[in-house]
Design a protein around this ligand. Structure first.
Ligand code: SAH
Length: 262
């Protein structure tokens, strides 16, 4: 294949057959509608097709790769030659999709955040099997009271259950990335905490975690007029730090903020 991989598009292709096998064994594919983000040269796509999916949609931004894929798979797959950040995934199919993605690392958190924020009660997907740079995956799965816990963990935990599948070494890719990777599985949380606006959660966690070493007093005073009564209501010690509060508590604080504003 005459193709020079583009660094700007985060092109590191998976070449390790054991890992490719493991990825497609993470969730059921047979008879399901699949969406693959960034199929690249189609390595993972081939493994997906071997499992007899009902249909495969792919989103690939690179025009050159989109043509290569068309050539390689003909009408076996539907290629959406666009930027994933601009696609409305919920409109792709009426069926719930099973999503795979060896995501370009420079936009992986942006994609995940976009999906979480846009989800309504009817999830458009059944599961997400996504590859991240290990350092980012560690932040997504981090629990409270740890140094990696923060905005990304809270946002992800809001609407999704998260399971770590496996760490993957640079040798499994070509060209080799500089960092380790991690495969995560996300499934919908059926009863997630309802908020008026996701942007309030983003704003409040930003205020708290932009000063993660400071005591809670400070962000509390910035967010709430009467921070004493709010902290009392939720039984929060304002001498603690942002990382000491569970995700659930942040959702409650956002709800309180939203109701106080009306
Ligand atoms: N899944 C393939 C390739 C992963 S590399 C494999 O495992 O072998 C990441 C892929 O995402 C590349 O094909 C790149 O062209 C594509 N990509 C990068 N940015 C994108 C974007 N904004 N929207 C859709 N695809 C993108």
């Amino acid at each position: 294949m005459f193709f020079k991989s583009k660094k700007s598009l985060g092109q590191n292709f998976l070449i390790d057959r054991n890992i490719l096998e493991l990825i497609v064994d993470t969730v059921k594919i047979t008879n399901k509608e699949i969406l693959e983000i960034g199929p690249g040269s189609g390595n993972l796509t081939s493994f997906i097709l071997k499992k007899n999916p009902k249909k495969v949609y792919t989103i690939e931004k690179d025009d050159e790769l989109a043509l290569l894929l068309q050539d390689k798979f003909n009408n076996e797959i539907t290629i959406i030659n666009e930027d994933v950040l601009k696609v409305s995934e919920e409109k792709i199919s009426n069926e719930k999709l099973t999503v795979f993605g060896n995501l370009p690392y420079n936009i992986s958190t942006e994609i995940l955040s976009k999906w979480i924020v846009n989800i309504d009660k009817d999830f458009w997907f059944e599961s997400l099997v996504l590859m991240f740079q290990k350092e980012v995956a560690d932040r997504i799965i981090a629990e409270s009271n740890t140094s990696k816990y923060g905005r990304l963990s809270i946002l992800s935990n809001w609407k999704l259950n998260i399971k770590k599948i496996v760490d993957i070494k640079p040798q499994s890719f070509s060209p080799r990335p500089k960092v380790d990777s991690t495969l995560l599985l996300f499934t919908p949380r059926e009863n997630f905490f309802e908020l008026k606006e996701a942007k309030n959660l983003e704003m409040i966690t930003r205020v708290f975690f932009s000063q993660r070493r400071k005591m809670l007093k400070k962000p509390f005073n910035q967010i709430f007029k009467d921070s004493k009564s709010v902290s009392k209501k939720f039984n929060i010690d304002l001498n603690l730090r942002p990382q000491n509060l569970e995700p659930e508590m942040y959702f409650k604080l956002v709800k309180e903020y939203e109701s106080l504003r009306n």
